[in-house]
Write a protein that binds this ligand. Structure first.
Ligand SMILES: Cc1cc2nc3c(=O)[nH]c(=O)nc-3n(C[C@H](O)[C@H](O)[C@H](O)COP(=O)(O)OP(=O)(O)OC[C@H]3O[C@@H](n4cnc5c(N)ncnc54)[C@H](O)[C@@H]3O)c2cc1C
Length: 481
């Protein structure tokens, strides 16, 4: 679709020329998120206010132009890739934290505020917004709500959805609605704010968010437990939870991830089959007590070594080793890159040992390298496949392994995505996971966006396989669908 010059001028008159572009370099850049996919939009806009968003959507509705809202572009499944072209709406200029009211336990922020920035603003009040995604330096609050993002601390503190009290949303006809409240309790009709959580830009553009905030824990400490058997690490996590002891973070890494971070960032992790990093937080006496219990349970579950620390530097080193897994995997082999395929399944916690063993077997059978890591205590496991992106054969084997991994996860009673969302890379598998629900999602989509202009073609509208519209320069060789 080419957007004719008169229309470009009309759009530029709303956001200003400097915030509207049809330049080839901008279109190419905004065709990416952090997934394997790429597709150019026809125009990029960067609104500053809700009224600008509303005017832009009115024009898009009038002209039948697809609109893809975009936060930090850190999504891993192509949700922000404009697969049908049209308008990418970059919301990062809407970056004002409007209110911090810790006495009422909430804050109000525009959608484009970056996660870490919000927490910097909350820190002086001794409060925080806890989900802690690995992409916190770049992802936006709007993007987090739109994908129901979470992260390391979900087992204790929950996901984005658990903090959304209210939203301001621009609908597909340009009208602005307010859903939810500023209060901790609310039984006032349908909980529509929940409808937009995880909607990935397909039902409306979120412009403002009222978030519940949580008090910051006074102290944290960590344990690093090393295992000679991957399944023992999974059993350890399950043993800990059932005590009950709910850690604030539980990060599992298998031998491939350990090798990758030791090579790429000299993390000095033990050379074993799996490590588990456990964080406990709260009142200092409780932290010390829980850390001891963690150590005991780790040894009882088969840990060969357990190190503990409450030293901030040491804990930051361990955390940054875990955070570097994704990029480190891409540096493990010369021609291989780590791709986000089957990257964030969640299973019931007690099924983790079976899941990790099955992932390794599937990788071996399909001759693909799969690194497994994740926030194990909430059942959320990440796998990253190492592929040569210019080899059609690698993609074929990779896609086969993806299908088998997702079948395993569904059979274990899990979900194909615990936190990253559906977008393109997981769309057919979400429909497999939810055979009796995706029809209702389609009905909702049709009712709320009858012209199908909001992030069209994604989630339950997806057709075909996932190895297409690839971001790699050799995409002509390997577009398989
Ligand atoms: C290194 C790395 C680590 C990561 N770690 C985690 C993790 O630990 N946990 C986790 O959950 N995710 C993680 N992610 C994935 C990603 O960061 C999250 O999904 C994040 O919430 C996306 O936010 P964003 O602002 O970048 O959204 P984008 O990628 O820009 O968009 C994601 C989706 O949200 C929609 N959207 C964005 N803003 C709005 C809005 N204002 N209104 C309506 N729709 C909107 C887009 O259309 C798209 O469908 C990671 C990604 C990377 C690259």
């Amino acid at each position: 679709m080419t957007i004719e010059q008169g229309l470009v001028k009309e759009i530029a008159s709303i956001v200003g020329e400097e915030n509207c572009s049809t330049r080839a370099a901008d279109l190419y850049t905004y065709g990416f998120d952090s997934s394997i996919h790429h597709h150019n939009p026809d125009i990029v806009v960067r609104p500053k206010s809700t009224s600008e968003v509303s005017e832009l959507i009115r024009i898009a509705a009038r002209e039948g132009i697809p609109v893809v809202p975009r936060g930090g572009g850190t999504g891993l499944c192509g949700a922000a890739v404009p697969i049908m072209g049209g308008m990418v709406m970059d919301l990062t200029r809407m970056n004002e934290i409007k209110k911090v009211r810790v006495n009422d336990l909430y804050c109000v922020t525009q959608a484009g505020v970056v996660y870490d920035r919000l927490n910097e603003a909350l820190a002086p009040y001794k409060f925080f917004f806890p989900p802690t995604p690995g992409s916190g330096e770049a992802c936006t609050i709007g993007g987090m709500v739109a994908t129901n993002a979470s992260g390391m601390r979900a087992v204790k503190y929950g996901a984005s959805r658990d903090y959304v009290l209210g939203l301001e949303v621009v609908l597909a006809d340009g009208s602005v609605i307010h859903v939810g409240t500023n209060t901790i309790k609310n039984s006032s009709g349908y909980q529509l704010e929940r409808l937009f959580v995880g909607s990935e830009g397909t039902l409306g553009v979120i412009t403002e968010i009222t978030l519940r905030v949580a008090p910051k824990p006074k102290k944290a400490a960590m344990a690093l437990a090393a295992f000679d058997r991957l399944e023992d690490a999974g059993t350890f996590v399950s043993n800990l939870i059932s005590l009950p002891l709910i850690p604030s973070a539980t990060e599992l890494m298998d031998d491939i991830c350990i090798r990758a971070v030791n090579k790429a960032v000299k993390a000095g992790l033990p050379d074993v089959q799996a490590v588990c990093m456990i964080e406990v937080d709260g009142e200092p006496e409780m932290v010390a007590k829980e850390l001891k219990i963690v150590e005991e349970v780790a040894r009882r579950s088969g840990a060969v070594t357990v190190q503990t620390s409450d030293d901030k530097e040491q804990m930051a080193l361990w955390t940054s080793a875990r955070k570097s897994v994704m990029s480190a995997l891409s540096r493990l082999g010369d021609e291989l890159v780590s791709v986000s395929l089957a990257d964030d399944m969640a299973v019931p916690i007690s099924r983790i040992p079976e899941a990790v063993v099955a992932f390794h077997r599937i990788a071996e059978e399909n001759r693909v390298i799969v690194g497994t890591y994740g926030h194990a205590a909430d059942g959320n496991l990440h796998t990253k496949m190492l592929l040569n992106p210019c080899s059609e054969d690698d993609w074929i084997r990779g896609e086969k392994a993806v299908g088998q991994i997702f079948d395993t996860v569904i059979a274990l009673g899990g979900t194909v995505t615990g936190e990253h969302g559906v977008g393109m890379s997981k769309a057919p598998y979400m429909m497999k996971e939810r055979p009796d629900a995706w029809g209702t999602m389609l009905l909702l989509k049709k009712a709320m966006d009858p012209q199908n202009i909001l992030n069209p073609g994604k989630m339950m509208q997806w057709e075909g396989g996932i190895i297409r519209d690839l971001r790699y320069p050799c995409r002509d060789i390997c577009d398989l669908r």
